[in-house]
Design a protein around this ligand. Structure first.
Ligand code: GLU
Length: 471
């Protein structure tokens, strides 16, 4: 692929709060599309609205992108800082006749609308200044408006929605530059996308209506139009537009729930895009498969059960060391104490028996308590209750038998089964007190896994602790 045709996508969030999962998904689609095609993926912060944009909100976007692993090419672009360029383009458009100065005041426009409403006529404001020559202009504040085509249609050739035709007569001459010289958002987006060389605009379909006006700005400047792909918004489980009452809407809330980023990427990719029946896939597969054809026309629904399945699958096949790292990140993010080196080592050794049915990272930590906590273990009520005099006696007997047993699963199984037999018990009866002794709880990995992970000395010490009534 030559440089001229290299695909360039972007995410252009407005920094006005947390990073919404809709924005994260749009970012992911753009990132996947760029990465799938050897293209570039850019980040532009749309911070023109000075009142609503805050540095914290910009940081929230950067944090969200970093967590999701959406690495962007080059520096993040600030839309606000490009205001002089937006102004220049508006001036150029004045000069080439594709824009004009409009001196109508806001009061005049409001009065026109009011009157039109009363008469039951269209409130579309058509400026009387559109064709007034420069010589007749007053010395008064003005806005610069696009001289939009009044007749015919503008067609958005959308890769998701198909051809969307807008009657030009329904669009007014939009403002490009306000009377204080600041650009409007609609103008800034086009100038920025053009200057950044964006070839594909993939974004939420709440921007579909904007596309028609934006296309007119491209044409007025004789610039190449990008390929458009407007994705349906994410809905809640009830089919209504996603809102707080459906659950978490900020992407970092998912990080705080202990969803690994790879699982979130997989889940978000499936929210609106599909590749056959594939629900579970790796980043490599997503990059290989992603295309605009796979984006659906109807809104996807957020489904926490599906997310849990996807997460379970990713955790089960993750590298153990990688999971320990992610748990470290999760603990820091949720303001919990960090793991010591010994705890990390223990977690790593135990991971093989923790990750199989875990639904998220805190689930792993919960199962990992046997390896994270030190003697003497605190036992919960049920664990304490399982340690009656008989079972304490059996545990004591076991400590003697395990002194010289070779520390392998087979041998341990043999010893434990033989001990249960000799007391006329099923192994299950022995498993309760053993769990209590080894983990202080009744829900834990299998006793064999715990014994293997803890090793002989620690196992014997815990059995001895549990066998004596006061520890
Ligand atoms: N700033 C817009 C938003 O956050 C996106 C504009 C665009 O993608 O063109 O919704």
């Amino acid at each position: 692929m030559s440089n001229e045709t290299q695909i360039v996508t972007r995410i252009a969030p407005s920094p006005t709060g947390m990073m919404h999962i809709g924005t994260a998904r749009t970012g992911l689609f753009n990132w996947l599309f760029a990465r799938a095609n050897g293209g570039r993926f850019l980040l532009r912060i749309e911070d023109t609205d000075r009142e609503r944009s805050t540095p914290e909100a910009t940081q929230a976007i950067l944090d969200g992108m970093a967590w999701l692993g959406l690495d962007y090419d080059g520096e993040a672009v600030s839309q606000f800082e490009r205001a002089p360029r937006h102004r220049d383009v508006a001036e150029q458009m004045l000069a080439n006749g594709s824009a004009y100065k409009c001196f109508s005041t806001q009061e005049e426009i409001a009065a026109f609308r009011e009157a039109a409403r009363e008469k039951g006529e269209s409130t579309l404001f058509l400026s009387p200044w559109r064709d007034v020559p420069e010589a007749e202009h007053p010395d008064a504040p003005y806005v610069i408006r696009l001289k939009a085509p009044r007749e015919g249609t503008t067609v958005i050739a959308d890769k998701v929605q198909g051809d969307v035709t807008i009657q030009n007569a329904t669009l007014d001459d939009m403002i490009l530059l306000r009377s204080d010289g600041t650009p409007t958002y609609m103008h800034a987006v086009v100038v920025d996308d053009h200057d950044m060389g964006v070839t594909h605009v993939i974004r939420g379909d709440d921007h579909l209506n904007n596309a028609a006006r934006q296309i007119q700005v491209y044409r007025a400047n004789d610039w190449d139009e990008p390929v458009w792909a407007h994705i349906p918004l994410i809905h809640g489980e009830d089919g209504k537009k996603l809102s707080k009452r459906h659950g978490a809407t900020g992407v970092m809330e998912y990080a705080e729930m202990g969803i690994p980023a790879a699982a979130m990427r997989n889940y978000l990719a499936r929210l609106g895009w599909s590749h056959g029946d594939d629900e579970l896939f790796t980043d490599e597969q997503a990059r290989e498969w992603f295309d605009l054809k796979g984006i659906g026309k109807s809104p996807a629904r957020l489904d926490m059960k599906k997310l849990a399945n996807v997460t379970g699958w990713h955790i089960a096949q993750s590298d153990d060391g990688e999971l320990v790292e992610q748990i470290g990140f999760y603990l820091a993010l949720t303001n919990q104490p960090p793991l010591s080196q010994a705890q990390k080592d223990g977690l790593l050794a135990a991971m093989y028996c923790l990750k199989d049915r875990a639904k998220n990272l805190p689930d792993i930590l919960d199962k990992a308590r046997f390896v994270l906590e030190k003697r003497p273990l605190e036992r919960d009520e049920k664990a304490e209750a399982s340690l009656d005099a008989v079972s304490r006696g059996i545990l004591l007997e076991l400590t003697a038998q395990l002194q010289n047993a070779s520390w392998s699963r087979d041998t341990l199984e043999g010893v434990l089964n033989a001990t249960a037999d000799s007391h006329g018990l099923k192994f299950g009866k022995l498993a309760g007190p053993l769990r209590a002794a080894l983990s202080g709880r009744m829900v834990s990995p299998s006793v064999f896994d715990m014994m293997l992970v803890l090793g002989r000395d620690e196992t014997l010490a815990r059995l001895t602790d549990a066998a004596s009534p006061n520890t």
